[in-house]
Design a protein around this ligand. Structure first.
Ligand SMILES: Nc1nc2c([nH]c(=O)n2[C@H]2C[C@H](O)[C@@H](COP(=O)(O)OP(=O)(O)OP(=O)(O)O)O2)c(=O)[nH]1
Length: 139
């Protein structure tokens, strides 16, 4: 997918993993040197040319955290306009199938029950995803 739109504005397409374990969800904190510094996000990253979303997620989770994941149910993709670029996030509910998490890029991680996720300072683009996820969990 192209990473600029008709206006020449940067638009990145990002797959992200809502990783569940024993009723808790993994959140990862961006480092101080990344853009959106110290905001919380779901692990994942930009989809490379020719790459599928699930393939991207599996690759990113190995690169960022050293774990193999199983990719499950997709949630609704969401597009957000940041001051300097646009992002479309493609969220998937996932689980870890092997490995122990080692943080290669993030500055912190935490496991939270879904209803407590909004206590963190999230990247703005993630808020609709968290709300949809919480609604699904409330059944
Ligand atoms: N992985 C991930 N990225 C998110 C989320 N929410 C959100 O706005 N983003 C943004 C942050 C980044 O600008 C982009 C993800 O791309 P990336 O992780 O490959 O980018 P990066 O900042 O590490 O690297 P770069 O743009 O400097 O090359 O999407 C999220 O929940 N997960």
């Amino acid at each position: 997918m192209k990473d600029t739109n008709q206006n020449g504005r940067k638009h990145v397409h990002v797959a992200c993993a809502i990783i569940e374990r024993e009723g808790l969800v993994l959140s990862a904190r961006r480092s101080a040197s990344m853009n959106l510094p110290l905001r919380w996000e779901f692990p994942g990253g930009k989809i490379e040319p020719g790459e599928g979303r699930e393939e991207c997620l599996k690759r990113e989770l190995v690169e960022e955290m050293g774990v193999e994941i199983a990719v499950g149910c997709p949630l609704t993709p969401t597009t957000h306009r940041y001051p300097s670029f646009d992002v479309t996030l493609y969220p998937y509910v996932c689980s870890i199938v092997s490995g122990e998490i080692t943080l290669h890029e993030h500055s912190a991680m935490t496991w939270l029950p879904p209803e407590r996720m909004l206590e963190l300072e999230w990247a703005d683009a993630d808020l609709p995803i968290i709300l949809e996820y919480q609604r699904r969990k409330q059944g």
